[in-house]
Structures are given as structure tokens and as C-alpha cells.
Design a protein around this ligand. Structure first.
Ligand code: HEM
Length: 451
């Protein structure tokens, strides 16, 4: 008798079309966001698919998504689902740290991203945007995805590691970061320790980055009185319960983990925001009027002044609904779960899709239409249906930072420049070829200085 029959529980319905050996891998690889929507359409709230042997249960709808996101770490493990990150973040860091140490590391990471440093970050981002725009002419054409990848790398280096690092070492950092990123390709989720040139390059880059960061740490320890107001300062001052500080390896790991969580999520959203501003003139006019009323008299863009921009916020929220950068969130089941009479067995993976959830017509009528006037998430169901930043105990630690950065960029750009699509409006589509969603390339826009 099967375990499910013995417990009187059902098993999750299986998605059709499984192929020997690979399961649903091919359909998933074509367009995983669409594949996940088809799984829900076929099977409903729970849908089991097969990723080359790894049984995965997609949980859909606000109730199931709430259960997933609030899932106790005891039953659902992120660490087991994200082991590919271990050689990148480093041994003993986050998903490789014992639970109590991991909890403290995540708390220190949240501290660095939320409270004490936010005003400094707003000033840094405003300066980086000004320096970038200073190179523009009165009009021109650029690939805005490429531009935002550069800009957000600069803001991230500056906010995480300070001005010295940003201006002296960004070029070397870019190369190292690139090698680390390549170390997180699909094969790493099968075995991140295979003998492969990409993994050798990843390990070399990880060692070199730690050397660079250790150099700054040593310099700062020698100048202990100086204040920096960046994330590195918070990482260096954080302590474990026994009073000991994070090691250089752990600090380097937190820097990398923060970059990975924040960089492409921000650059993709910024690029999509620029495209939608060019594509949605009615809403753009409202956002512009709001910004001109607030900042028209030359008022500085600060953390405080950026708090009250509801039209711009609603616009960005709609961008994040249609184009959520993290489409698929995953956990490994480490203890059997009884979800409303269905058994989800230990060893399986569970997943939710932000992309599918944001297109549920019950909560978002006419879901494919860009509508910056949608009602806010005012009910519990809607709250768990709109999840670009996840939710529960592991909700995005950088959401306040991300929103502040996006508001800061567009509050600086929009009153100065108009944006136009270069290509046909429908040719700007979601690119799902990597784990983080972004606009398809080239993402060309034309800009013209406002008169
Ligand atoms: C538009 C931009 C962003 C989006 C849509 C986004 C989305 C998310 C989501 C959905 C999660 C939850 C993942 C899960 O539950 O498995 C997450 C986690 C996280 N994000 Fe973001 N993120 C963004 C920007 C940032 C930025 C800029 C940073 C840092 C500077 C950041 C740092 C983090 C961290 C550290 C976590 C892990 C939190 C934890 O494990 O407790 N994110 N993000």
C-alpha cells in the first residue's frame, strides 16, 4: 500500500505530457512561465510535474501561495533547493550555514538594506543617475537594458562596498562578478562541483573577490573611527549571539548574495519601466505631472521626498505585476506535508509562480492589459496573489531599497526626458531564457530632452 493510501491522503494531480527520462524538461525550457500557467490550467491548485526526475509540485492561488511563503523552514527548505549557490556565496554562508548562523547572517543583511543606511543610499543613487545622465545629449538612442545593467551594478558596488571600491575597482569587479554569474547556470543545479571550466573560473573569481574585500576590511579596521554608511560597514559590525564577528569569507559571501539578489531584478524592472513609460502615454502623463508638481521647483530627490509619489509607485507596481523578475520560487520538502488532504512527500520540490499568480483574472481583471489604476491589494486573498517580492519570513530583504532606487531613477529622468519606442510596441516581450525575467534584447528606446 502506498504511503498516501496508508494515510488516507490523495496525491497531487500529475501534469500530462511527461517524456521518458526528461519528464517535462523540454516544455519547461521553451517558456517556463507559460508552462507553469498551463500546469495550473490543467490540474488546478496543485500540479505535479517532473524535471528530469525531480518531482515538483506547483502550488497556485492565494491560499496555496500563502502556505508556501509562510512554510516553516522545518518542513520547507530553501537551503536544499538552492545548493548551487554554495560555491558562489561561499562555504558556511547563508544556505551552507548552520540554521542559527544563517538566521543571524540574514538579519545582518536585512539591517544593511533597510534602516540606518537608506538615506545614504538615496544620495548615492541620485549621484550615480546624475553622472550617467550627464553623458547624454539632447536626444539619442540606447539599449536601456544594457544601460540599466551598468547603472545598477554601479549603484550596487557603491552602496555595498563604498566610494573607494566603486571608483577604483568596479572594472575588475565586473569581470569577477561575470564569472560568478556564469557559475550559476542550469547545470549547477544538477551538480555544482563538476569538473568544468566555468566552475573553475567561478572558484577563481570567488577567491580573488575575497582578497579584494579582505583588503578593504583590513583598511577599515585600521581606520576604525571613520563612518561609511554602506552595507560593508553593517556587515563588519554585525555579531553572532556569542559576540563574534562575521569572518572575511562570510562578509564576502553576503556581498555576493546581496548583489545576486538585487542586481538583475533591479535592472530588468528599470528597463521594463522605461519601456512601459514609452508605451503607456496616458499613465506617463499622470506620473510626469506628479513629479513636476513635487520636484518642479528644483527640490532635491531625497529618501524623504521620494516617499510621496503615489502615481509613480502605482506605475512601478503594475510593471512588477506584469513583469515580475523572479517568476519561480522554490523550496525542497523535508518533512511530509498534508495540504488540505493531499500528501506532498518529503524529497519533492514545491514551487510557486509569481507570473501566473499576477495573471489570475479573479484578482486582476483583463490581466494582460497594463492598468496603473488597478485597485490596491485590499483583501487577504489579493495580498497573497500579488507577490513580486515574495512574502512571509523570507520576503525580499531589499524591497524598500529596490523601490527607492526605481523611484529615484525615474523621478530624475522623466521630468528631463521623453522616451519613445524604437521598435514595434509588441516586439518588446518578456525574455525568460534566464532565471530572472527581463525585457527581450535589444531593448531600444529613443530619448529626447524636454523643452
Ligand atoms: C524589483 C526588484 C526586486 C524584486 C522583484 C525582488 C524579489 C524578491 C523575491 C520574490 C524574493 C523571495 C525569494 C524566495 O522567497 O525564494 C527576494 C528575496 C530577497 N531579495 Fe529581492 N527583489 C528585488 C530587489 C532586491 C534588491 C535590490 C536586493 C538587495 C539590494 C534584494 C535582496 C533580497 C534578499 C537578500 C532576499 C532573500 C531574503 C531572505 O532570504 O530572507 N532584492 N527578492
Amino acid at each position: 500500500m502506498s504511503e498516501a493510501a496508508a494515510t488516507g491522503l490523495k496525491l497531487p494531480p500529475k501534469v500530462s505530457g511527461e517524456k521518458p527520462g526528461v519528464g517535462h524538461m523540454e516544455a519547461f525550457s521553451v517558456n517556463f512561465a507559460r508552462f507553469l500557467m498551463d500546469c495550473e490550467a490543467e490540474c488546478g491548485e496543485l500540479a505535479e510535474y517532473n524535471m528530469a526526475g525531480q518531482q515538483t509540485v506547483l502550488m497556485s492561488g492565494p491560499e496555496a501561495q500563502e502556505a508556501f511563503l509562510k512554510g516553516l523552514d522545518k518542513k520547507l527548505s530553501r537551503a536544499a533547493a538552492y545548493q548551487a549557490t554554495v560555491p558562489v556565496f561561499g562555504e558556511g554562508v547563508i544556505f551552507d550555514a548552520p540554521p542559527e548562523r544563517m538566521k543571524t547572517q540574514l538579519k545582518i543583511q536585512v539591517d544593511a538594506l533597510r534602516y540606518q543606511n537608506m538615506k545614504n543610499y538615496a544620495a548615492i543613487i541620485a549621484k550615480e543617475v546624475d553622472d550617467w545622465v550627464a553623458q547624454w545629449g539632447d536626444e539619442g538612442e540606447m539599449d536601456f537594458l544594457d544601460e540599466f545593467i551598468q547603472l545598477t551594478l554601479h549603484t550596487a558596488c557603491h552602496c555595498l562596498l563604498g566610494a573607494d571600491f566603486r571608483y577604483k575597482m568596479t572594472d575588475e569587479f565586473k569581470r569577477l562578478y561575470h564569472d560568478l554569474e556564469k557559475g550559476l547556470q542550469a547545470i549547477a543545479f544538477v551538480d555544482p562541483y563538476l569538473q568544468q571550466p566555468v566552475f573553475e573560473a567561478r572558484d577563481k573569481a570567488r577567491r580573488r573577490l575575497q582578497e579584494l574585500i579582505s583588503g578593504i576590511i583590513a583598511e577599515r579596521r585600521a581606520n576604525a573611527d571613520k563612518a561609511y554608511g554602506d552595507a560593508l560597514e553593517t556587515f563588519m559590525s554585525g555579531t553572532y549571539a556569542d559576540g563574534s564577528h562575521l569572518t572575511d569569507n562570510e562578509i564576502t559571501g553576503l556581498v555576493i548574495a546581496t548583489m545576486f539578489a538585487g542586481h538583475h531584478t533591479s535592472s530588468g524592472t528599470a528597463a521594463w519601466t522605461a519601456v512601459e513609460l514609452a508605451r503607456q502615454p496616458e499613465y506617463t502623463a499622470e506620473v510626469l505631472a506628479e513629479l513636476q508638481a513635487l520636484f518642479g521647483d528644483g527640490q532635491e530627490l531625497t529618501f524623504e521626498s521620494l516617499r510621496e509619489v503615489p502615481k509613480l509607485e502605482a506605475f512601478i507596481e503594475e510593471v512588477l505585476r506584469l513583469h515580475p523578475p523572479l517568476v519561480l520560487l522554490m523550496r525542497r520538502v523535508i518533512e511530509d506535508i498534508d495540504y488540505k488532504g493531499t500528501l506532498i512527500e518529503a524529497g519533492k520540490t514545491v514551487a510557486i509562480s509569481t507570473y501566473g499568480s499576477h495573471r489570475n483574472p479573479v484578482y486582476f481583471p483583463d490581466p494582460e492589459r497594463f492598468d496603473a489604476h488597478r485597485e490596491k491589494a485590499d483583501t487577504k486573498e489579493k495580498m497573497w496573489a500579488y507577490i513580486p517580492f515574495g512574502g512571509g519570513p523570507h520576503k525580499c530583504a531589499g524591497n524598500a531599497f529596490a523601490l527607492m532606487q526605481l523611484k529615484s531613477i525615474f523621478a530624475a529622468l522623466l521630468p528631463k526626458y521623453e522616451f519613445f519606442l524604437v521598435d514595434a510596441p509588441d516586439s518588446y516581450v518578456d525574455d525568460l531564457s534566464a532565471m530572472v525575467l527581463k525585457p527581450s534584447s535589444p531593448c531600444r528606446l529613443r530619448y529626447r530632452r524636454r523643452r
